[in-house]
Design a protein around this ligand. Structure first.
Ligand code: SF4
Ligand code: SF4
Ligand code: SF4
Length: 272
């Protein structure tokens, strides 16, 4: 039973969020929404414990497709970063602002970049590409994310400053266009750098929020130094180039860990 504690805790956290938002916002949708996401994540963790090798992909598809198709295309909510700026500027704590608060700003204090490993609909597609493990050293291109972050902010600010009408409609179409662009750039970069996660490492603006918060994450992969034989397998299989054998918070690329558990699965000494 002890081994099921983690999925139970995760489900409890999401249920607490679901009930709190339902009651404070007086909107039953939030209860359904966060219960669904919590159950999906808990199911994935349960499948992982049962050693089902596609456990993470199941969660990615359950959450990613729900958010992209149902919330994005059917409900017309822009859940990308422009949608976050839009709701922030209108002063409304709804949709994208709640999503960002839970998944990308405060949530990472608990589950780090779990969003990136288990729920992001961009990575959901990129993870199907052939370069699961980077074959080349990481490039020094992380600065690009600050430019895309600034561009998203400038785009939405300009719409408000120019007092453009029907911004909600523009937000919907920017969600469609933004996703198409993310997928196109993500796929091209994956093939150019032979690395499925090149887009995440260099371009994604959301990491500007997530990296500093995940530095303090409660859930982290830790190394039992007494068992480790320094074989380096964990670093070779890591899609994000994390030095997971270093337990300090300053470990190399520590804020890039997406909790995919590939290092844990592949450690021959069960040291992780
Ligand atoms: S870095 Fe960006 S694109 Fe990659 S998984 Fe995270 S949120 Fe998605
Ligand atoms: S794979 Fe395991 S034993 Fe090998 S270096 Fe990593 S933690 Fe140590
Ligand atoms: S392989 Fe390990 S260190 Fe690398 S991203 Fe996955 S969980 Fe994090």
């Amino acid at each position: 039973m002890k081994k099921y504690i983690a999925p139970i805790i995760m489900l409890a956290i999401f249920e607490a969020i679901a009930v709190t938002l339902w009651l404070t916002k007086d909107n039953f949708f939030y209860f359904v929404n966060f219960t669904y996401i919590g159950c999906s994540i808990a199911l994935g963790m349960f499948l992982y414990i049962k050693k089902y090798k596609h456990a993470r992909r199941v969660v990615q598809l359950l959450v990613g497709l729900y958010m992209l198709i149902y919330l994005g295309f059917i409900c017309g909510e822009n859940m990308q970063i422009e949608g976050f700026w839009y709701y922030l500027f209108t002063g409304v704590f709804e949709a994208a602002t709640i999503h960002y608060a839970v998944a990308k700003i405060f949530g990472p204090l608990i589950f780090g970049r779990g969003w990136c490993g288990y729920a992001c609909w961009t990575a959901m597609v990129l993870d199907f590409l052939p370069y699961k493990v980077p074959s080349q050293p990481r490039k020094k291109l992380g600065w690009i994310r600050y430019i895309t972050f600034a561009l998203s902010l400038i785009f939405v600010s300009a719409l408000f400053l120019a007092k453009v009408g029907n911004i909600e409609r523009i937000m919907f179409w920017s969600f469609v266009a933004g996703n198409a662009l993310y997928y196109a750039v993500g796929i091209v970069l994956a093939f150019v750098f032979k690395d499925n996660r090149a887009f995440c490492k260099y371009v994604c603006p959301v990491t500007v929020f997530m990296k500093p918060m995940s530095y303090f994450a409660l859930f982290r992969v830790r190394c039992k130094k007494d068992l480790c034989v320094d074989c380096g397998k964990c670093k070779r299989v890591c899609p994000m180039d994390v030095d997971v054998t270093d337990n300090s918070r300053k470990r190399k690329n520590g804020t890039e860990c997406i909790l995919c558990m590939e290092c844990v699965k592949n450690c021959p000494k069960k040291a992780l």
